[in-house]
Design a protein around this ligand. Sequence first.
Ligand SMILES: [Zn+2]
Length: 479
Amino acid sequence: MQTRQRHDWDLVRQYARHGSQAAFDELVRRHMKLVYTTCRRELGDPWLAEDVTQVVFLILSRKAGMLPPGAIVSRWLFKTARFASQDVRKREARRLAREASLRAQASASAEVDSGDVSALDMALLSALGSLGRSDWEAVQFRFYEEMSFHEIGERYGISDDAAQKRVSRAVDRIRRAIAHEGICLTAATIAALIGSENSQAAPNTALQRIEQASSLPGSVHSGALAVQSKIYGLTKGVLTAMALKNMATAALVLVVALTAGAPLIVQGQSNPSAATPAVTAPAGSADSNSLPFTIVLDPGHGGSDSGATSSGPGRVLEKDLDLAIALKLRDLLAAKGARVFLTRDSDVYSIPSKRARIGVNHHTDFFLSIHCGSTSRETISGTTVYYHAQNKAAQSLAVSVLNGVAQQSVLPAYGAMSDTTRFTNGFSILREQPSNAILIQCGFMSNPLDLSALTDPEKQTRIAQGIVDGLTAAASSRK
Ligand SMILES: [Zn+2]
């Protein structure tokens, strides 16, 4: 518990100098609520707020070495959270507008975002942003770190009463600033609003995701790299925007560092027709026309994003397994008369949202994202098939594919489950996909038996065959 007493700045230095994960985790624990509630208030949307919360901590992890000595870390996080939220909101609005016009819908629906954010939320944020240092600290300790007056008093070496007065004074400043905007509230109401905001406290899952993000590029893969890639994309965008805005710290250096270590994200995605990837024409074989569908295959990761890696000698990269299995799957599907599109057919990185959009463009009947997983427990083994949220069609597809693979007796069935069992919002690659979409995590690279099957070309073919069988069964029952 002695970390409790350590100042934020010491933790930042510990992390920057020695890469102390414990110090970083402590920073996340302390300031998660501050960052999440700020993003939530700025964005309105709880899902996006979770993503941007991760972005903010990822930026902290990248910038820890560049914060000026003695910086008020919580204040820096608050400002970064606001900046990142505003930046992401702008780009989300643009993305929505693009998608709306893509689908030839009325442009009216493009301006979704800012309407959700109340005038009170905005006034509160700007009041918080204008607080002086000591008022800010009082608010941070009391409402975001949830310290008692006694604890705050100890922090400053003052009495409990004096601590309470200090907090009251800060709240009153906020009250007056808000009143200035024409919104009159009591100090008690404002005190209740600051920490709890219009929604619940930050969900636990967000914390888990952030812890995951802070150890990027992920050595431990959880089958969720699609989500992580999205966070990378958002982070890079925000960092670029920060650099453009010429903020005090050297953000440009970071953009370069991030580009070097992370997937290359291109701003302003190319138009949909240019995004069309490799196409496999249906095989002319008279053999079969039993799968007259359009199917998009999405081999996970690629390029600088390796996905999971095996431990031990001869490191195996998930991206290579994902691609190998997907290519075998492509050939088997094409032989059954399917029109098959791949989001990648070589070792390149592709943006998740662009991947998902390929499915939309081609009026996909089925969208299959191919992955392999890894966990810290070596004994866990088998195939997992994920579907999005409560999507019934995707669920029965997932069960069918799981059974198909299991019948090949290469890997046991681990389960078919909703992606929301992993993350409150599920996987972005499935979320953005309107069709029958599933994410197949073929096996666990952390399990020696699974790994030997996953790396064996003949067994890869059998896994792919199992997927085809499951898909065929699901398609025929659909008719
Ligand atoms: Zn993966």
